[in-house]
Design a protein around this ligand. Sequence first.
Ligand code: CIZ
Ligand code: SF4
Length: 358
Amino acid sequence: APSDPDLVARARAAKERLGDRVFVLGHHYQRDEVIQFADVTGDSFKLARDAAARPEAEYIVFCGVHFMAESADILTSDSQQVVLPDLAAGCSMADMASAEQVAECWDVLTEAGVADQVVPVSYMNSSADIKAFTGRHGGTICTSSNAQRALEWAFGRSAPGAGKVLFLPDQHLGRNTAVRDMGMSLDDCVVYNPHKPGGGLTAEQLRAARMILWRGHCSVHGRFSLDSVDEVRARIPGVQVLVHPECTHEVVAAADHVGSTERIISILEDAPAGSKWAVGTELNLVRRLANRFADQGKEIVFLDRTVCFCSTMNRIDLPHLVWALESLADGKVVGRIRVDAETEHFAKLALERMLALP
Ligand code: CIZ
Ligand code: SF4
């Protein structure tokens, strides 16, 4: 649906009043009505870096979800204020690993006698608390673009053959990277379930494992099914299936191409006219790409018609953006995201290890 013209005019006016004092970041999964006001678009990591490159902006309005705004707060200077236009825009995956649960997991690893062989690797899609835990225990953050390099670094830190990685919080990205990209076997991976005593694992299983995968997943990408891959191949002859590594292992194994959000976009940019694609990632982005490339003769469809938008991403709508921008223009800071100094220190350590990856 087209955006409400009154709200469009109000958002534009408030942005003009703020001028360079505000910088609006738009995640690729945001609604069109919001993306039209973004000064820059990108995935969570690119956006956090873009925010850090704008020290003159007093306010960073992050159109995305909570963990992304936290990362922007960590990477920007103390004088910059990061605003999330709806504080209820969380991420169900990030919420699957709490600080308490992860501390308990570390106790379990310690009791099993393996903690000193374990290096934590946490996906960008995690709370600042989890990033700080990772930094404290000598680990690194990764994105879906550099997960393999992060794992290689982590394994390289331990005695040869003795290393283990605790991968948080997305079991699928961890498993897909280990098995598909690094040649490990499914048997090298175990899943730690924070809702079961001891994670539901025996000390023996923990000692034998190389990858200890946290039992988290994305409620959007985790829903693409093998059936949808078979169905689209039957329906569209010659179609190429392109999915995000947050999809399950069976879906990734059945796909033709796997890539992060930025990689999905560049694959489609480089695709020849006449090519056909079924894309398994967030629906707002797939629709925008389908529209963008339609007149270049590239056919782009959504992989699974039963999968929906990311509901928390969609919480940021034009009324919320207008509210945030008008409040800021009136001198009132709303929806501020602020990471405390100690958490920020250790989370930044983990983020800096990622930035230093070869
Ligand atoms: O699934 C997501 O939310 C992704 C891929 C976020 C991001 O940009 O890293
Ligand atoms: Fe979280 Fe998945 Fe939504 Fe991304 S798409 S914000 S990982 S629930």
